[in-house]
Every structure is written in structure tokens, then in C-alpha cells.
Design a protein around this ligand. Structure first.
Ligand code: FAD
Length: 355
């Protein structure tokens, strides 16, 4: 330990949260960033709808950061077609999402990290322990076990966060299994759709066109998730979608916090940002704006204080957590069959489509 280099901060995970946090830190800090993705595009890819919501776009406005066209895909769709498969109710709602290639977006965010951060790609963090004045972090790098030391750890490693599991081994945040399949697009008109079906999931499913592909995905209760996805495909085939021979299938956990106390912001000198903290909207599964905002709030603290405490971070994220609590209150109006259908039947906020 005596001759090991000690970093000020180790950032674990360089998705939207970690890459933003690492980019915003002052160059006076000595930072190491450890990420599973190897930068070539062949390793870890986050399964995602890849839609940049208005709140996330606002973060880019705040950062003064323009989005390169190279991360966008065809088409840009301005309405979501919402279908309740159990009742046949269908409505269109205006939306202002940007349709992106999520993997290109992640790689672009990572490319913005400045040289003062020592980035290690293709590295999996497996464990860490407090050894007094720093943490010793165990990783698998190039198939070899290695360790790094840092005074602070920032866990930005997503829904299945190793950092959160090590800090809170018994803590569970409500999760779904997200399953997505990519099909060569054969549907004529490109779409963005949301499908609800209370017999398959109490969350929702989606279909979105991206360049030459149509992606069908859904978030399902962990038990029987694959079977539920198969049934969804059968139902949508009856609806006219062509869902044969998927080009690829992706799965991952997606969190949907049930109560405000399911959020976890960290412990000791370890902080959690983005989905690792449970910061994701339970009513829509939009998570990027919370990843950017929590990253920004924590980076601001590190940039302006010699020591950062959990109390500081808790105070800084009060509004963000308040917003998530409002999303928790909104959730039943979207996910509960009776309330959703009441709203859909009323036509509230829906678009009248030209024939
Ligand atoms: C199917 C699906 C669709 C979604 N669609 C949308 C959408 O359209 N719009 C939206 O805003 N949100 C969407 N979300 C939510 C959004 O993807 C997440 O909330 C967002 O990615 C969170 O960002 P993050 O940086 O916190 O975590 P992540 O994006 O999950 O990034 C975590 C990073 O940590 C790294 N990592 C993980 N474990 C380790 C480890 N042990 N060691 C080292 N590195 C590690 C990985 O390389 C990864 O890049 C969707 C989620 C899912 C599952």
C-alpha cells in the first residue's frame, strides 16, 4: 500500500452520469475513471430506448454543450402513439425527444473527458474496501486482478451498481428486466409507440424506429420476463407488426424506485450518482436527465470544497429527489390500468391526428 498511487477520486462507470461527472471536475483533482466499455464499441453496450428527453436537453443547454448530429438517428418523431392492448384504447401525445444511437452517444460523452482524468477502459470493478485514509478498489483489467487506491469513490455504474451492492448489501430497489430486440425495419411508417398491457407488466413496452431498425422493448417483472416478452410479440404480431428473426436481443435491469427511501446517495466517502443511486423516473424510465443533474451537483461540490460529505450531497440533491417523488405520484396515472384508461378515454393532452 505504501508505494501505491492514491487518487483523490475514483469514478466507477462512464455512462452519462460518470462521463459527465469526470468531465466537469477541476483539473487540480487527481482522478481515475474505471469503465467496463473498452472504447472500441465491441464491449459493454447499454440497452436503451436512446431518447433524449426535454429535461436532459436542458442539461446540455446548461452545460453549453451542443449535440453532434453524428449521435442522432433517423427519424425524429414528434408524437408517441400510446396503445392499451387490453382495451384497444389508442391516443397520440406530442413529445420533444431526440432519437439517438445510445452507444454512439455514450462514446461521445466519454470522448469529452479531459486529459487530467486517467481513464481505464474495459475494466470491471469487482469490490472495494476502506483501508483507513483511502479505499482499495479491486478490478479485473485485461483478465488480471489489479487494485487502485482513492480517497473518494463515485459509483456511476448504473442499475446493477457494484458500488451500491458493496455499500448496502441488503438494500433492494424495485427492478424490472428490460428486454429489447432489434428487427430490420419492415413497417413502412417509422414510429415511436408505447404499449400497455396489465396482463404482461405493470410497467410498459415500447417500439421505436432507428435508422434501418425497429426496436421492440419492454420492462417486465423479473419472474417470467422472457415469457411475457414472447407473449407481447404474439399480441403485437396480431396488431400488424412484423417481428420475425430479430437481429439481436439485449437485456438488462432497469430500476423503478417504489418509495423515496429506496434512493441511496452513498456512505462514508463513497457517493452514488445516476441510476446507481436509483435516480430514474419510475413513471417513464427516463434516466438521463437525472444522471446529468446528479453528476453536475456532485462535481460542483468537489470543485468548490476541500472535503465533501454525504450531508453536502444530500442537501444538493434535495430538489432532484423531490422531482422524483413527484414522478412517483404520477406513476399510478400512467401505469395503473383503470386510471390510465380513464385519462386516455378523456383525450386529455392528446393530439387530434389529421386523417
Ligand atoms: C431498456 C431501457 C431503455 C431506456 N430508455 C431510456 C430513454 O430512452 N431515455 C432515457 O433518458 N433513459 C432511458 N433509460 C434509462 C437510462 O438508460 C439510464 O437511466 C441511464 O443510462 C443512467 O445512466 P448512468 O450513467 O447512471 O448508468 P449507465 O448508463 O447504466 O452507465 C453505467 C456505466 O457503468 C459501467 N459499469 C457498470 N458496471 C461496472 C463495473 N462493475 N465496473 C466498471 N464499470 C462498470 C458501464 O460501462 C456503463 O457504461 C432506459 C433504460 C433501459 C434499461
Amino acid at each position: 500500500m505504501a508505494d501505491k498511487e492514491v487518487f483523490d477520486i475514483a469514478v466507477i462507470g462512464l455512462g452519462p452520469a460518470g462521463a459527465t461527472f469526470a468531465r466537469l471536475l477541476n483539473s487540480s483533482l487527481k482522478i481515475i475513471a474505471l469503465d467496463k466499455k473498452d472504447g472500441t464499441g465491441n464491449s459493454f453496450r447499454k440497452p436503451c430506448g436512446g431518447l433524449l428527453a426535454e429535461d436532459a436537453q436542458k442539461c446540455f443547454a446548461m452545460f453549453g454543450l451542443p449535440l453532434p448530429v453524428s449521435v442522432l438517428v433517423n427519424p425524429q418523431v414528434f408524437a408517441v402513439r400510446t396503445v392499451d392492448l387490453a382495451t384497444g384504447n389508442e391516443r397520440h401525445y406530442q413529445r420533444f425527444y431526440l432519437n439517438m444511437d445510445r452507444h454512439k452517444f455514450d462514446c461521445w460523452l466519454k470522448s469529452l473527458i479531459k486529459d487530467n482524468v486517467e481513464v481505464h477502459n474495459g475494466v470491471s470493478v469487482v469490490d472495494f474496501k476502506d483501508v483507513g485514509d483511502c479505499y482499495e478498489i479491486s478490478v479485473i483489467e485485461n483478465n488480471v486482478r489489479n487494485t487502485y487506491c482513492a480517497r473518494y469513490i463515485v459509483g456511476a455504474d448504473g442499475a446493477n451498481s457494484v458500488v451500491r451492492h458493496v455499500l448496502f448489501p441488503k438494500h433492494r430497489i424495485r427492478s424490472y428486466l428490460a428486454i429489447q430486440q432489434w428487427f430490420l425495419a419492415k413497417h413502412g411508417a417509422p414510429t415511436y409507440s408505447c404499449f400497455f398491457d396489465k396482463t404482461l407488466t405493470d410497467c410498459y413496452s415500447w417500439g421505436v424506429s432507428k435508422d434501418d431498425y425497429f426496436i421492440l422493448g419492454g420492462a417486465f417483472p423479473l419472474k417470467g420476463a422472457r415469457d411475457r416478452f414472447r407473449k407481447l410479440k404474439e399480441k403485437l404480431t396480431e396488431y400488424g407488426l412484423k417481428l420475425n428473426s430479430p437481429e439481436k436481443t439485449e437485456t438488462c435491469l432497469v430500476l423503478s424506485p417504489r418509495h423515496p427511501w429506496q434512493f441511496r446517495i452513498g456512505k462514508g466517502r463513497c457517493f452514488l450518482i445516476g441510476e446507481a443511486a436509483g435516480f430514474i423516473s419510475p413513471s417513464s424510465l427516463e434516466g438521463m436527465s437525472y444522471a446529468f443533474n446528479s453528476a453536475y451537483l456532485l462535481a460542483e461540490l468537489f470543485n468548490h470544497r476541500p472535503e465533501v460529505t454525504l450531508k453536502d450531497y444530500s442537501r444538493a440533491t434535495r430538489l432532484l429527489r423531490g422531482k422524483l417523488i413527484l414522478k412517483l405520484l404520477k406513476k399510478p396515472f400512467i401505469m395503473r390500468h383503470f386510471l390510465r384508461n380513464l385519462i386516455m378515454q378523456s383525450g386529455l393532452s392528446s393530439l387530434k391526428r389529421a386523417e
